[in-house]
Ligand binder design. Sequence first.
Ligand code: IMP
Ligand code: MG
Length: 183
Amino acid sequence: MGVVSEKKVGSKPFELLLDQASIAKRVSELGKEITADYRGKHPVLLGVLKGCIIFLADLMRAINLSAELELVSASSYRKGKKQETDVLLASAVSIPLKDRHILIVEGVVDSGRTVSALSKELKKMEPASIEVVTLIDKPASHRRKLQIRYKGFTLRNDFVIGYGLDNTQKYRNLPFIGRMVDE
Ligand code: IMP
Ligand code: MG
């Protein structure tokens, strides 16, 4: 054990924010809450790649329902010369979502643009409901009004890594969540 140190990742130090046990406990609680809320329904868990993957894998095993799994890929890109970014949804969902209960599964909600853009697209498919579960919410960063039904943890604006979340595609495999610290 102890393959991955919580003290140092490569040469990048970070501050440990959420250890494995805390994450596991919270994910289990979220699974129970979702199970109770969707009892008798067959929700579609719609994961937003890539940041959702570890959270989704753990969360879906904590949900005791007959649920389906779908994945979409979303990425932010710079729009023109301004700081403003836009969201590109790379793939359409491959099953019809009309009258389905959709639960969007996100790793982190920051500005909220991804969740907003995705919800807008999904609404066109006339689902029965759309809700969001995110492991991490950063409410101080929201740039629009958002309805997030299930939140694992609420954090400040810090950029965090691990448990599926990356910094330039690295650190997703860390089993815990840390805040990047500038050297
Ligand atoms: P949005 O600003 O809510 O649309 O989030 C856009 C995307 O930025 C998220 O899906 C993540 O991929 C990424 N992101 C935002 N904050 C963080 C963070 O703290 N760590 C890693 N990725 C982040
Ligand atoms: Mg990223």
